[in-house]
Design a protein around this ligand. Structure first.
Ligand code: C5P
Length: 232
């Protein structure tokens, strides 16, 4: 699996996003488009960024009844993104339907990965509000195995969880990992953070880096630093 750095383009508008991407002259980073930008600008922003030659991870985290997710994934498949995702909490039937919907008539499809437990949900909240009594690591691993059995390509998880997921699901099951910070940068609202070097050692396949690149004084230099550390 090709290791890569994915820049989280968490911007509120087309102008800000394209202004940011225009700084990259020599390379075309893999970018993540999330709910904020997609809901603000719609599918056209995806097409526009794709036309500029970037790979795209469309991070919309679908979670609904199987038939609705299948139809939504079918619409997303036409956007020609490289990776998209859903919530593993939607369970196996929803994940299988999602794959069917995402597969294009010629048999190709974007990578489909599952969100296990959001990093914003701690064990206490899982137990008290979601009534899940298993530990967080057990839950993450169980959701990952379920995603794999359903035919998905991987999961979004913490770099710290990559080793156990690869041990149990195999090295080809992709781990896409946010929560990455340079040793000398601000943590922001992320709690458990890992450097690009450490994420590489832990076996992450893709790191998702937002503010350490988007808010850097020199985003291109910050991106290159992350690439050098993670991909080499
Ligand atoms: O700016 P920062 O590097 O914290 O951005 C991380 C990106 O990864 C954000 O787009 C955030 O929504 C996303 N993400 C995360 N933790 C998860 C899932 C997604 O930080 N568990």
């Amino acid at each position: 699996m090709g290791k890569d750095v994915i820049i989280a383009c968490d911007f509120p508008s087309r102008e800000e996003t394209l202004g940011f991407l225009a700084k990259f002259k020599d390379n075309k980073p893999f970018v993540k488009i999330g709910m904020e930008l997609f809901y603000a600008e719609g599918p056209s922003i995806v097409r526009e960024i794709k036309e500029r030659g970037h790979k795209i991870f469309l991070d919309l985290k679908l979670h609904d009844i199987p038939n609705t997710v299948k139809k939504a994934m079918n619409v997303l498949s036409r956007l020609d993104v490289d990776m998209t995702n859903l919530h593993a909490a939607g369970a196996s039937e929803m994940m299988k339907y999602a794959l069917e919907g995402l597969t294009r008539p010629d048999g190709t499809r974007p990578l489909l990965i599952a969100v296990t437990q959001l990093t914003s949900t701690g064990e206490e909240r899982m137990r008290d509000e979601l009534l899940i009594s298993a530990s967080l690591p057990e839950t993450v691993l169980s959701y990952a195995k379920n995603a794999q059995r359903s035919g998905l390509d991987g999961v979004v998880c913490s770099p710290l969880e990559s080793p156990v997921i690869h041990e149990n699901c195999g090295k080809d099951f992709i781990t896409v990992t946010p929560g990455v910070r340079f040793a000398d940068s601000e943590k922001g609202d992320q709690v458990r953070v890992t450097t690009p070097e450490r994420a590489k050692e832990l076996g992450s396949d893709y790191i998702v880096v937002g503010r350490p690149i988007t808010a850097a004084e020199d985003p291109v230099a910050a991106y290159e630093k992350a690439m050098k550390a993670f991909v080499g």
